[in-house]
Design a protein around this ligand. Structure first.
Ligand SMILES: [Zn+2]
Length: 259
């Protein structure tokens, strides 16, 4: 605990950062009390907003980094990522994620992982990884952590992350597409749903030995996972998957939100 007088600063959290605040504190300034000179990152997280949700911090009208030390009377504006503004790179508190981003999902988001893979996104998912291992892996591989547990996003090693708001997998996928600007840039059916490997076209002659007789007779185009070797074709489930892709990746996803 830092000794010294109690100081105050005014914080305003914009856009969907309000999701992390009590309803009464959204869309308006809130007073933050502190002692000493904490970093603005610590002050933001003390207000329960994960640092990974934050893209730009402006203190007294000037963009600052997470290391900025808070002073008495500071007015701090905290912004989520902008989709419509092109900011100079040095205005952002973190490096840009890979483009397109690669994701790492926590143990509770298995359905979302399969949906993202269906859309062709790189979505690593391993239920055996605990929180420290997720943070380590994401850092080493430059992946964006997706989770509904904001404590995981408070970890220092997690550079990029997004706290999924909905508990419905299709709405969650829409949130991720909107957050990372991925609509219109997807390659559905290009990844293995089971292991996240890439699918490659393969001649029927190479896979015919592992097909059921009916599949052998009625289907002629096949793709194989370059990681686990599973073979895929457009079988009777294809219309259902097409409709699912249309629902989730369409121009007006369920998760579109203002701000
Ligand atoms: Zn596979």
């Amino acid at each position: 605990m830092t000794a010294g007088p109690v100081l105050t600063a005014e914080f305003r959290f914009y856009g969907d950062l309000g999701d992390f605040l009590p309803a009464s504190d959204r869309q308006r300034p809130r007073r933050y009390r502190f002692r000493g000179s904490p970093s603005v990152k610590d002050a933001i997280e003390a207000q329960h907003v994960p640092h990974t949700e934050v893209e730009v911090v402006v203190a007294n009208g000037v963009p600052v980094g997470f290391g900025y030390h808070l002073g008495h009377g500071d007015r701090v504006a905290v912004y989520p990522p902008f989709r419509r503004l092109d900011l100079p790179p040095d205005a952002c508190v973190r490096p840009r994620p890979l483009d397109p981003p690669a994701f790492l999902l926590d143990v509770h988001l298995g359905k979302l992982a399969r949906l993202l893979r269906l859309l062709g996104l790189d979505a690593a998912y391993d239920p055996a990884l605990d929180d420290p291992a997720i943070a380590r892996t994401a850092e080493a591989e430059g992946r964006v952590v997706l989770t509904r547990d904001r404590r995981l996003l408070h970890r220092k090693r997690v550079v990029h992350g997004y706290c999924v708001r909905s508990d419905d997998p299709e709405t969650q996928a829409g949130e991720v597409l909107d957050r990372y600007g991925l609509r219109g840039r997807l390659r559905p059916f290009s990844r293995c749903l089971a292991c996240n490997g890439m699918l490659r076209d393969v001649p029927k002659t190479e896979v015919v030995h592992c097909l059921e007789p009916k599949t052998r007779r009625y289907y002629h185009q096949f793709r194989r996972c370059d990681r686990c070797g599973r073979v895929f074709w457009r079988g009777s489930h294809a219309p259902r998957l097409d409709a699912l892709v249309g629902r989730v990746a369409g121009p007006a996803g369920k998760a579109n939100r203002g701000g």
